[in-house]
Design a protein around this ligand. Structure first.
Ligand code: AOF
Ligand code: ZN
Length: 350
């Protein structure tokens, strides 16, 4: 039970790295001695110190000369298996061995090929007691983007749309019509700060002319991705304003200027979601939120290439329109936001 409590704290710490560590995992670490937390840390930024390094550092800074003796009798809780490889930093497993920790409690094993059990092996070989799988489901959920990218060689894919109470999600004519309330917009901007990329199709770029940034929430803007086979979206539209890095998948050219990265693809009418997903994997994109339109959403749904769908259902009723997509998933969460109902579906496959 106590192990679970400390692991819960690791998860809280880990989540503070959200939006800043991709394509690395979110990792938190707590060091406990004699029933007391003596140090904490998390992976704060991609390319910088791992969680264990920051946690150990917090102990040495706080306890000075006493730190060595305290650590030698302590338990380290880490939400992910300590790494065993020399990456941008030396192996965390070696660090824990060097400080002679007594016990290490782990949430998830790390499937990354440089680690993949080797971290646990190093600790055990040094005589450290290792327990793994504590709050495993919660840890897996927090790092679902990281695990999906490593295991499936594609980003974690989130679909998002809004529908009227009677199932319409866009008018039939080409005008933009707002369905959900103002709070929905704020939440969507928060969501955008949490993902690496945001993706839309040609029609949405033309009809809605969205800015695709996170201006209503503090945090980073995601990479913008537009799918525009024949480059039909006018250059004057917001997506071409160069204010955030933007990728345009098209069939005509590969070139870069003004923060706009054109990437040429062949035969975009075939296996488009699969091709895009693999390209994004190669670009180190760990997660993408797809915000429309109907055509793009349907292609990813038909290809069963999605992990999560976030749907706003407003109370208004329309007499006609384009029908919202149907998905085969289970409801993981549901809440209301002003007059909108928000439903989070998870795909059964994942
Ligand atoms: C840990 N603790 O806090 C993190 C780990 O390029 P590097 O050196 O930053 O290594 C990245 C890999 O290390 C990453 O793919 C994952 O396997 C592991 N991340 N490991 O022990 C941490 N962030
Ligand atoms: Zn590490």
């Amino acid at each position: 039970m106590t192990d679970e409590l400390y692991m819960q704290r690791c998860l809280e710490l880990a989540s503070l790295g959200m939006g800043n560590v991709s394509p690395n995992p979110l990792v938190g670490c707590v060091i406990v001695s004699d029933g007391k937390i003596i140090g904490e840390g998390y992976h704060e930024k991609f390319g910088e110190a791992h969680a264990e390094v920051n946690a150990i550092k917090s102990v040495t800074e706080k306890y000075g000369d006493q730190a060595a003796a305290l650590l030698a009798n302590a338990t380290a809780y880490v939400s992910l298996e300590p790494c065993a490889h020399f990456g941008k930093t030396p192996p965390c497993a070696d660090l824990l061995v060097k400080h002679r920790l007594k016990r290490v409690v782990i949430g998830n094993k790390d499937p990354f090929e440089g680690v993949d059990g080797k971290g646990i092996e190093k600790l055990k070989n040094a005589g450290i007691e290792v327990v793994s799988g504590v709050l495993e489901a919660e840890c897996s959920k927090l790092n679902r983007r990281f695990f999906t990218r490593i295991r499936k060689q594609r980003p974690y894919i989130i679909l998002k749309w809004a529908t009227t109470a009677n199932g319409y999600f866009a008018p039939e004519n080409s005008v933009q019509e707002w369905i959900s309330g103002p709070m929905a917009k704020t939440l969507v901007h928060k969501w955008r700060t949490e993902e690496d990329a945001i993706l839309i199709g040609k029609r949405t770029a033309i009809v809605d002319n969205p800015k695709l940034n996170a201006r209503a929430w503090e945090g980073k803007n995601p990479l913008r991705i537009l799918i525009d086979r024949n480059l039909q979206v006018p250059q004057g539209n917001h997506i071409y304003n160069g204010l955030a890095k933007t990728v345009i998948f098209n069939e005509h050219k590969t070139e870069v200027h003004n923060n706009i990265h054109y990437i040429q693809m062949e035969d975009m009418q075939y296996y488009l979601p699969q091709k895009i997903a693999f390209q994004l994997y190669l670009m180190d994109i760990q997660s993408v939120i797809i915000e429309g339109g109907a055509n793009i959403l349907h292609q990813f749904i038909d290809g069963n290439l999605w992990d999560e769908a976030r749907v706003f259902t407003a109370s208004k009723i329309w007499r006609a329109g384009v029908r919202a997509p149907q998905i085969n998933g289970y409801i993981a969460d549901q809440f209301t936001l002003n007059n909108d109902k928000v439903t989070i579906f998870l795909n059964n496959h994942s």
